[in-house]
Structures are given as structure tokens and as C-alpha cells.
Design a protein around this ligand. Structure first.
Ligand SMILES: Cc1ncc(C[n+]2csc(CCOP(=O)(O)OP(=O)(O)O)c2C)c(N)n1
Ligand SMILES: [Mg+2]
Length: 483
């Protein structure tokens, strides 16, 4: 035990606690997918700009103004700091079961009133956790073996991971209803990668990924509405309904790229721009285990290393390419070593804290002028490769179930927070309710918003407005640039 306390002492409710990952692993609780509820839009907070306690939910914000009613959904939520309410010593037993989640009553958050049984001061404001040691390549030292999580960070990571999870499950549903068409690659299971990476860099840094891009579009500032409307090809989509699942962009986020591996040299180009401009920014360049075998990746490693580009290459190793396991596709599955002359880390990609600490370490490496670094995140995707792949012909249902029950990234964070009194069961449930409402609202918007008009088809191709016409095409295809 890192702190010298017994396991029981370390799990007790102190102001700051240390817990071993192995102890928490025994108590993982799978999260069950529950049907969504009617719409409510909640604020979309960038990961690195954690809201003030009082801003977290409408219900929590209401808690100091009215403490008389007994809405079962919002009771036990902490009021903001400075609330007049005194602490309640009858701390409820921390329990959580699937049955509880499925039996959640219909949310009634509009104008909800809160009875707060616990004050802000009752929660542990931060805790330190032992995290898995990274494997190192060409590095003397790696990321720390402990990570400190504040309550605000934990709540924010939880909300964001849940939003990604629910958004993907809703996309699955809309796809099966033939409302979303074409290619669609879902990210559920891999949420700790996106959220952990964002926790380790700044929003002004740059990020580029492949086609499994919905989660990153959200963490880079896109809204659920914009993402879902893009999936259904509507005007309010983040690419105005003209990109679809694989082609979403936001500020400092360069997609969303369909050609396997092609985003990697593009990302190195972005890193070159950062270096050229001397702005101390970096580029995170994501690719999969399948893409890791592409020739252009090795060309990029070479140039990035020669030019000492501030580039974090991240291989999200979800154990499979398009229906092929890594063992069948790669002569070496040590992806973190495959940059050869580039230092590398192999990281537990199911643990948001591990990913965050490794990313901070990698970012520091880049910003100190040492050049590129490579991270392999060991993760897992619950869905098949794309919506046309049921995902069970090359792996067993038992394997998927085992990952879900033993190392689900959302369950791991939830369990850490609950076992350390960093949040209450009710509070996390309330976040779940809000997330479900936000997803339902996004789905509603994405099915009612109009499609882009035909005369918009060729707009937004160029950044400026080059005088350009294409001969022999339909009258509406005058290429016009509107930025
Ligand atoms: C150059 C190229 N070759 C093949 C494909 C078809 N393809 C799409 S995804 C994929 C597998 C990629 O697997 P991986 O890099 O592990 O990413 P994951 O889907 O697991 O996230 C393939 C072969 C493509 N889009 N582009
Ligand atoms: Mg893969």
C-alpha cells in the first residue's frame, strides 16, 4: 500500500485517500444500457475547463434555493459551496446495482427541487489512486504510478464518457432504423482514451483521428445535436450535413478521416506548423492497430523524428482491425515500440487516469523540444468494426462480456468515485438522466432538422473563394466557397 495504510483505512472516507487499482478491480460493476428519456439539453463542458460545482447540473444549481421537496432523482445532491445547510452525518451506504439503474423513474428535471442530504463538504474533494505502470521503450522514466483525481474532474470525466457511450448506442439504434445510412464506426468501449487524452492536453492543442471519430468530436467541443445531425445528414450537423459519420471537424480537430493511416502524415504536418509558428502547441495523431502496419506511418515517424516535431502518435489498439485480430495482422504487436527510434509507452487505455497521466507525460516530452513520442493505448471496442459487422465472427461473445464486466472504463471511474466518497449514487444517476435526455434531444433534432438544400451542395469546399466553375455539370454545382 503506497501510503502505508491498511486497505480498509485507505478506503475510508478521509479528505484525501489513496487506493490500489487491484482492490477496486474486485468490485467492478457493469453499467447497463438503459432506455433514454425525454429531452433536456445540458451544457457541454470542455474536459479541461471543469465547471464550478454549482454549474454541474440544473438540479444541483437549484439546491440552495429550495430544500423542501423530495424529488427522488435529485435528493442527496450536494448544494454548492457556501450553502447554509449543515452536514448530514448519516452518510448513505454506497451500493449500486443493475436493477437500480433500470428501475430509474422518468426524469422530471424541469424546475426540479432538491432535498440535499449531504453538503459539498461531505464529499472527498480529491483522492490519489495507484495506476498501472506503463511499459517503456527508449525512455529512462515513465509517467507516475499514482494519479490524483479531484471530485470535479471525476464528475466531468464521468459525464463525458457516459455521453459518448449513450450517443453511440443511440446511433446504433438510428442506424438499425435506417435513419443513419452509410459508414458508421462506433466508439463505445474506448471512451477512456478520448477523455483521458483531452485531460492531458489543452483544447488549443491539435488532434486528428481516423473514422471512429464521434467521441473526439464531442471532446473537442462539438455538441450532441451537431454530431447526431451530422450522422443523419442534416443542415444542423457539425459539417452542415455533408460529412457524415467519418468526416466531422471542430476547431483544432481535423477529423474524421476515412483512408486508413492517411491522417497520420496530415497530423505530422499540423505538428510542423506548430513548430514553425513556435506556439508551444502540439498535435495528437491517432490511428488504429490495423493502420499501424501502413507504410506512410513509418515515413511519418522518420520525418517527425528528424525534424523533432511536437507530435504524439497514439495507436488505439482495440485488438482488432476490420475483422482481423492483431495477432493475425501484425508481426509485432508491441505497437509502442514500432516507432523504433521514437520513445514509446504502452498504456492501460481502459483507465481514464492512466491515459491522462501518460498523455501529460507525452505532452511534456513534446513541449520540451525532444520531438515525437508514441503511445499505445490498450483498449477494446464493444461494437463490431462498423455497423455492417456484427463483431462476433472473429471474437467470442464471452470475450466481449468479460471486458465489459471486468474493465469497463465508465464502471472503473464510477467505482473509484463511489468507494472514495467523491460522489453519491444519486448524483451519478442524475448525471445519467441528464445525459439520456441530452441524447434523446440530439436524436429528436437529428430526425427533424431539414436536409441541406441542393444549392448548398458545392459550397464550403474551399476556404477562400476561387473563381471556379465545372463545365458540363448540373446548374447548381457552381463551386462557391463560403467560410
Ligand atoms: C487505405 C485503406 N485500406 C483499407 C481500408 C478499409 N478499412 C477501413 S477500417 C480498416 C481496419 C482498420 O483497423 P484499425 O486501424 O485497427 O482501426 P479500428 O477500426 O480498429 O478502430 C480497413 C482495412 C481503408 N479505409 N483504407
Ligand atoms: Mg483496431
Amino acid at each position: 500500500m503506497a501510503s502505508g495504510l491498511s486497505a480498509l483505512e485507505e478506503l475510508s472516507l478521509g479528505p484525501s485517500v489513496t487506493v490500489r487499482t487491484s482492490e477496486l478491480e474486485k468490485t467492478f460493476i457493469p453499467i447497463k444500457d438503459v432506455p433514454p428519456s425525454p429531452a433536456l439539453i445540458t451544457a457541454n463542458w470542455p474536459i479541461n475547463q471543469v465547471p464550478h460545482e454549482a454549474q454541474l447540473t440544473p438540479a444541483v444549481a437549484n439546491s440552495s434555493s429550495d430544500v423542501t421537496s423530495t424529488d427522488p432523482l435529485t435528493s442527496n445532491c450536494p448544494p454548492p459551496p457556501g450553502s447554509l445547510q449543515g452536514p448530514d452525518n448519516s452518510f448513505p451506504e454506497i451500493t449500486h446495482s443493475l436493477a437500480e439503474e433500470t428501475a430509474l423513474p422518468e426524469p422530471q428535471l424541469a424546475g426540479a427541487r432538491v432535498v440535499s442530504a449531504r453538503t459539498y463538504a461531505d464529499f472527498t474533494p480529491q483522492a490519489t489512486f495507484d495506476i498501472k505502470k506503463c511499459d517503456l521503450h527508449k525512455l529512462e522514466e515513465g509517467p507516475p504510478l499514482q494519479a490524483t483525481l479531484t471530485r470535479e474532474e471525476g464528475l466531468q470525466y464521468y459525464r463525458t464518457m457516459q455521453t459518448i457511450r449513450r450517443m453511440e448506442l443511440k446511433a446504433d439504434q438510428l442506424y438499425k432504423q435506417k435513419i443513419i445510412r452509410g459508414f458508421c464506426h462506433l466508439y463505445d468501449g474506448q471512451e477512456a482514451c478520448a477523455v483521458g487524452i483531452e485531460g492531458g492536453i489543452n483544447l488549443t492543442d491539435h488532434l486528428i483521428t481516423a473514422y471512429r471519430a464521434h467521441g473526439y468530436t464531442l471532446t473537442r467541443g462539438g455538441t450532441v445535436r451537431e454530431i447526431m445531425a451530422e450522422l443523419t445528414g442534416r443542415r444542423g450537423g457539425i459539417a452542415k450535413g455533408k460529412g457524415g459519420s467519418m468526416h466531422m471537424y471542430t476547431k483544432h480537430f481535423y477529423g474524421g478521416n476515412g483512408i486508413v493511416g492517411a491522417q497520420v502524415p496530415l497530423g505530422a504536418g499540423v505538428a510542423l506548423a506548430c513548430k514553425y509558428q513556435g506556439n508551444n502547441e502540439l498535435c495528437v495523431c491517432l490511428y488504429g492497430d490495423g493502420a499501424a502496419n501502413q507504410g506512410q506511418i513509418f515515413e511519418t515517424y522518420n520525418m517527425a523524428s528528424l525534424w523533432k516535431l511536437p507530435c504524439i502518435f497514439i495507436c488505439e489498439n482495440n485488438k482488432y482491425g476490420m475483422g482481423t485480430s492483431v495477432e493475425r495482422a501484425s508481426a509485432s504487436t508491441d505497437y509502442y515500440k514500432r516507432g523504433d527510434f521514437i520513445p514509446g509507452l504502452r498504456v492501460d487505455g481502459m483507465d481514464v487516469l492512466c491515459v491522462r497521466e501518460a498523455t501529460k507525460f507525452a505532452a511534456e516530452h513534446c513541449r520540451s523540444g525532444k520531438g515525437p513520442i508514441l503511445m499505445e493505448l490498450q483498449t477494446y471496442r464493444y461494437h463490431g468494426h462498423s455497423m455492417s459487422d456484427p463483431g462476433v465472427s472473429y471474437r467470442t461473445r464471452e470475450e466481449i462480456q468479460e471486458v465489459r464486466s471486468k474493465s469497463d472504463p465508465i464502471s472503473m471511474l464510477k467505482d473509484r468515485m463511489l468507494s472514495n466518497n467523491m460522489a453519491s449514487v444519486e448524483e451519478l444517476k442524475e448525471i445519467d438522466v441528464e445525459v439520456r435526455k441530452e441524447i434523446e434531444d440530439g436524436a429528436q433534432f437529428s430526425t427533424t432538422d431539414p436536409e441541406p438544400p441542393l444549392d448548398d451542395l458545392c459550397n464550403h469546399i474551399f476556404f477562400n473563394d476561387p473563381p471556379m466553375e465545372v463545365r458540363g455539370t448540373n446548374p447548381w454545382t457552381k463551386l462557391k466557397s463560403v467560410s
